[in-house]
Write a protein that binds this ligand. Structure first.
Ligand code: EPU
Length: 341
C-alpha cells in the first residue's frame, strides 16, 4: 500500500453518525479488495489492532484508538441478472444504503422501498439484518461476498448461510470480526411488486397523502415522511438510530407484565412477543431527558442523541442508567443494538 494513503492521528468525528470526536493512530480508506488486502497486511506487519468502519451509523466510540481504522469505501451498483419478472442487483459494500434504495426505485425495482432512509452502507446492512416497517434485508437478499480477514480469501454466503434473525446474523455471532463484506446481491421485482403497507403507520401516511393505489415510490415517500417526523437526522443531531433492540419475551412473561401495564405496546413475534423498547423507556420517564450534550430523543425514546460535544462514555453511561431503570421498573433487560467500541 502506498504509505501516503495512510493518515496518522486522525479525528473520527466525521466518520460516525453520533459525531463523537475520538482519534485513531492510523486511518486508511479502501476503494477496492486490493486496498483492503494491503491494509490488512499493513496492520499485520505493524501488529496493529484493526477496526472496521463503514457508514459509521451503528457504533458508539468511547475512546481513542492506537490501531488502524480501515474505512470501507467500495463503490458500484450493477444488474447481474435480468428476467421477465425479476432482476438481481449487486451493490458494493461502500454504497450508501438510502442512495442505493433510491437507485432501485428510479429503475422501478421493488423490494427495498420500506427500507428507505435507513442510515449506513449497503455492506453492513446484512450484518444486523436492518429492518423497518415490516421488511428486513433478509427478505430479498440472495447472497453476499466477504473477504476472510485471516486468509484474504473471498467467500460467498447464501441467504441461509447468513443465519438471519431479528437484527442478527452469523456476522454478529460465530463469524464476528472475521469477514469483511465486499458486495451484497438482492432479488428485486420488475413488476407485480409486493407492496407491504400492513405496518400501521404506512397506511395512515398513504391516507394522509391521499394515495389509494400506491406505487413502490409512494411507499418510499410515506416511509421517508414517517421517519423524518420522528427520527433525528444525523446531519443535524448525532445519533445511531435505535440504540436498543426491542426485547423479545415469552407469552407468559408478557401476560405478567400486561397485568400491571395493560396499555403496554407489543407485537407478536413467532411464538413470542416483541415489546416496544421505546414505550418502556418513555414510560420509565426518560423521553426527552438531556444531561449535558447526551440525551434521549424527544420524539422517539429508543434513540439516544449527541447534541454537540457529548463523549461516547457519556452516552454509554446514559444508556446504562436507562438499562438499570427499565430493569428495575419492568424486570426487562434491554440489549444495545449499537456496537460499543
Ligand atoms: N413508542 C413509544 N414511545 C417512544 C417510541 C415508541 O411509546 O418513544 C411506541 C410507539 O407508540 C409504538 C411502538 O412503540 O406503539 C413502536 O414504535 P415505532 O413504530 O416507532 O417502532 P420501534 O419499535 O420503536 C422499530 C425499529 C426501527 C424501525 C421501526 C419501524 C428496532 C430496534 N427499531 O422501532 O429501526 O424504523 O421499528 O419499523 O427494531 C433502527 O433500527 O435504527 C430503527 C430506527
Amino acid at each position: 500500500m502506498d504509505i501516503e494513503m495512510i493518515y496518522q492521528n486522525k479525528s473520527l468525528k466525521n466518520y460516525n453518525t453520533f459525531g463523537i470526536d475520538v482519534s485513531t493512530k492510523y486511518f486508511v480508506e479502501a476503494k477496492s479488495v486490493e486496498d483492503i488486502k494491503s491494509a490488512l497486511e499493513f496492520a499485520r506487519e505493524n501488529q496493529l489492532q484493526l477496526i472496521l468502519f463503514s457508514g459509521g451509523s451503528n457504533m458508539l466510540l468511547t475512546h481513542d484508538f492506537d490501531g488502524l481504522v480501515l474505512k470501507l469505501n467500495l463503490k458500484g451498483i450493477e444488474v447481474v441478472l435480468e428476467e421477465e419478472d425479476f432482476v438481481e442487483v449487486k451493490v458494493k459494500s461502500g454504497e450508501n444504503w438510502h442512495e442505493f434504495v433510491q437507485w432501485t426505485l428510479q429503475n422501478d425495482f421493488g423490494g427495498l422501498e420500506n427500507l428507505s432512509l435507513i442510515p449506513g452502507n449497503a455492506g453492513t446492512a446484512p450484518i444486523q439484518n436492518i429492518g423497518a416497517y415490516g421488511v428486513e434485508v433478509k427478505d430479498s437478499m440472495t447472497e453476499l461476498s466477504a473477504l476472510e480477514i485471516s486468509t484474504g480469501n473471498i467467500r460467498e454466503f447464501t441467504n441461509a448461510e447468513c443465519k438471519f434473525g431479528y437484527r442478527d446474523s452469523v456476522f454478529k455471532n460465530e463469524f464476528k470480526n472475521q469477514f469483511i463484506i465486499t458486495d451484497v446481491s438482492f432479488q428485486l421485482t420488475k413488476r407485480n411488486h409486493q407492496l407491504r403497507t400492513e405496518y400501521g403507520a404506512i397506511q395512515a401516511e398513504l391516507d394522509k397523502l391521499n394515495i389509494q393505489n400506491p406505487t413502490i415510490q409512494d411507499i418510499s415517500r410515506a416511509v421517508i415522511n414517517i421517519r423524518q417526523s420522528k427520527l433525528p437526522d444525523p446531519k443535524e443531531i448525532g445519533n445511531s438510530g435505535s440504540f436498543f433492540k426491542n426485547p423479545v419475551i415469552s407469552k407468559s412473561e408478557f401476560e405478567e407484565i400486561q397485568k400491571k401495564h395493560p396499555e403496554i405496546s407489543a407485537y407478536p413475534s413467532g411464538n413470542e412477543v416483541k415489546l416496544a423498547a421505546g414505550w418502556l423507556i418513555e414510560k420509565a420517564g426518560w423521553k426527552g431527558k438531556r444531561f449535558g450534550d447526551a440525551g434521549v430523543h424527544e420524539k422517539q425514546a429508543l434513540v439516544l442523541v449527541n447534541y454537540g460535544n457529548a463523549t461516547g462514555q457519556e452516552i454509554y453511561d446514559l444508556s446504562q442508567r436507562i438499562v438499570d431503570d427499565v430493569y428495575e421498573k419492568f424486570g426487562i433487560n434491554l440489549e444495545r443494538e449499537v456496537n460499543i467500541l
